[in-house]
Design a protein around this ligand. Structure first.
Ligand SMILES: Nc1ncnc2c1ncn2[C@@H]1O[C@H](COP(=O)(O)OP(=O)(O)O)[C@@H](O)[C@H]1O
Ligand SMILES: [Mg+2]
Length: 429
């Protein structure tokens, strides 16, 4: 057979036999080490539903990668399993009195579904299999969507557990109207009961809620702490054993290193798994038979670069222009910039690109935002009687980031500035 461009890659896949998808964040493992306590606590709240009563509403908080989504989806799967077993054999014991099939879980990721209408539509359609009866994507008045949702839920006695994951995203985008309605829906239902599980990465998000909504929603609260390095090691070890057929694919210190790096950040299991998965991919591409710590360091770089890329690409135009001015000054040999210098550079880039510059005050705010995103480092520096200013430095690789910014088509004219300057420099040399 003629060698094909893919042949080498297809061959390289064979190095680590197994299923790498198991290392992806979307995979929900059979066991969740170090979360047993929270699973039990949630199960003890949710068991009320299996008895036909309304469980308390729950708010779950915790930083990214602390297992919030994994835990609620794990419980959802357990309920489904119970239903299957119940279908096979006569259900025993105290749960006999209520049919477990009347317990319904509705999971919604509010990062994806982030409008009042969308959330209501998704819940309503969960109880409607006929395509022709579905609530349409848009077009119905809110009132009609809400009435239809209530009607559907209340058709027969059920307990509906609605999980709103990434709830802070919904609230910051669309406010708390949907929560207001959902949290008082029980007073309008005749035979069904609804309970809510809200999940948020930020503890403070409840400050943005109407006080009534806040108290109804937070009947129970759970806070998931970050994982430490030891715990991350357990999580990774279990996943690796499951993902690969052969043992000893990883050098001994690989898992420990991934765990340590992720623990340094904020105990993020997702980051730990990403490091491991990307390291494996790099090792595979290099046709190595083992994953070693060098692969992990390379993975760390790659992930960081991807993060920078993502952060820069999604910046609003004037933030990009500000970032661009900072990077260009740096490549022109300026080390630490004051706010005034950044502003001067920014105005210049604006002129060349034909845009009206914002005020210096706005640019000062933008610099703080860039600082928070980790793209620049802005330290307040005191100059004695002359007052205080900021010392601003990019904290990302300059040349790479410049080329990312230049991919923005509205910023093409700014390119001329650099070529113009290069030109000037060339002439001087
Ligand atoms: N205790 C755990 N055991 C096994 N895997 C876990 C555990 N906690 C988190 N994970 C895994 O880490 C990744 C991120 O977890 P996730 O539940 O999505 O975090 P969160 O929702 O808090 O941001 C997922 O792949 C998940 O399966
Ligand atoms: Mg999550």
């Amino acid at each position: 057979m003629e060698p094909n461009i893919f042949t080498t890659y297809m061959h390289s896949k064979k190095v680590f036999k197994g299923n790498k998808d198991i290392l992806r964040p979307s995979y929900i493992p059979e066991q969740l080490p170090h979360r047993e306590e929270y699973i039990n606590e949630l199960a003890s709240i949710m068991v009320t539903a299996l008895r036909g009563n309304r469980p308390s509403n729950v708010l779950i908080f915790g930083k990214t990668g602390t297992g919030k989504t994994a835990v609620v989806r794990y419980l959802e799967r357990e309920v489904e399993r119970l239903k299957r077993e119940n279908a096979d054999s006569q259900f025993q014991g105290e749960f006999q009195e209520f049919n477990v099939h009347r317990v319904n879980y509705v999971y919604i990721n509010c990062e994806v579904v982030d409008t009042h209408y969308g959330v209501m539509k998704n819940i309503g359609n969960k109880f409607m299999s006929e395509w022709s009866e579905q609530i349409p994507f848009t077009g119905w008045p809110m009132e009609k969507v809400y009435e239809s949702l209530k009607e559907r839920i209340d058709e027969e006695p059920r307990v509906v557990v609605i999980i709103l994951d990434e709830l802070d995203k919904l609230v910051s985008k669309s406010g708390d109207t949907v929560l207001y309605h959902l949290s008082k829906i029980n007073s309008e239902l005749k035979q069904s009961k609804v309970s809510l599980i809200g999940i948020s990465n930020h503890l403070k998000f409840t400050e943005f809620l109407d006080p009534r909504v806040r108290s109804r929603l937070g009947e129970e609260k759970l806070i998931f702490p970050p994982y430490n390095a030891e715990q991350l090691k357990d999580i990774l070890t279990e996943r690796v054993n499951k993902a690969f057929e052969a043992e000893n694919i990883m050098d001994d210190d690989v898992i420990a290193l991934c765990a340590a790096l992720a623990a340094q950040e904020h105990g993020d299991a997702r980051r730990a798994l990403d490091l491991l998965r990307v390291a494996t991919e790099i090792a595979e591409r290099e046709h190595c038979e083992h994953v070693d710590t060098n692969h992990v360091y390379k993975a760390k770089n790659k992930i960081e670069q991807d993060c920078v890329r993502e952060a820069v690409i999604t910046l609003p135009t004037h933030s990009k222009l500000t970032m661009y001015a900072i990077l260009l000054s740096r490549t022109n040999g300026h080390n630490k910039l004051t706010t005034g210098e950044v502003y001067a550079g920014y105005k210049e880039v604006c002129t060349v690109s034909g845009m009206d510059p914002l005020t210096q005050r706005r640019i000062t705010d933008i610099i703080s935002e860039l600082d928070m995103l980790g793209l620049v480092n802005a330290r307040v520096k005191s100059f004695g009687r002359r007052g205080r200013t900021k010392e601003i430095q990019p904290s990302v690789p300059e040349v790479d980031t410049i080329s990312i910014i230049e991919q923005d088509e509205t910023i093409i004219p700014v390119k001329k500035l650099r070529t113009f300057e290069d030109h000037q420099q060339m002439k001087l040399m």
